[in-house]
Design a protein around this ligand. Structure first.
Ligand SMILES: [Zn+2]
Length: 190
């Protein structure tokens, strides 16, 4: 009895363990430790997001290796914390030109990326300047897969609205080329 109970527990634990990593199997996910994030200051939790807001960084430009994208993440975080005085990198997630997803504030955390939408949206930045060129296909695929995973995990409402930063405030972000691209994605609303 004791042995079979232990066996059942072991099987349950094994399936929970594999489930825990499964949500990210459609893209490569780099957590905060993976890019050398600094510890955040105080952040606020939020409910399921009703909006997804897409950004570009403009600076730094596109990165195409994990090492370069990790360095870009550290520079963005340093700028947001040191120059802007924010408690952490502003975005919930970032996507590199090589198609990896980098954890920013993560799910269910209020970001600092789109005034008026921070407490109800997931902010995703595609690292690079996307005014005149569209991000690489791998980055576009990863961003869309990330949104789908957010819906599947319940962190994003199935009825979410997709938008560009420029629809929240006066900015060219996410750049004309990327804005044209996301305007063809599911659930985009003008
Ligand atoms: Zn933006």
């Amino acid at each position: 009895m004791a042995v079979s109970s232990l066996f059942v527990l072991a099987v349950l634990f094994a399936s929970c363990t594999s489930y825990a990593i499964e949500p990210f199997n459609s893209f490569v996910f780099v957590n905060r430790a993976g890019w050398g994030a600094r510890a955040s200051g105080a952040v606020s939790r939020m409910q399921q997001a009703t909006h997804v807001v897409i950004h570009h960084t403009f600076i730094p430009g596109v990165c195409t290796t994990q090492a370069a994208c990790a360095a870009a993440m550290r520079s963005i975080q340093n700028s947001h914390m040191n120059a802007n005085g924010w408690s952490d990198i502003g975005y919930n997630f970032a996507v590199g030109g090589e198609g990896r997803v980098y954890e920013g504030r993560g799910w269910r955390v209020v970001g600092a990326h789109a005034v008026g939408y921070n407490s109800r949206s997931v902010g995703i930045v595609l690292i690079g300047d996307w005014r005149n060129t569209t991000p690489p296909a791998a980055a576009l695929r990863a961003a869309q897969a990330l949104i789908q995973e957010g819906v599947r995990l319940g962190h994003i409402s199935p009825n979410y609205t997709l938008m560009g930063h420029r629809q929240a405030s006066a900015t060219e972000c996410p750049g004309n080329a990327l804005f044209r691209e996301i305007s063809r994605w599911p659930r985009f609303r003008n």
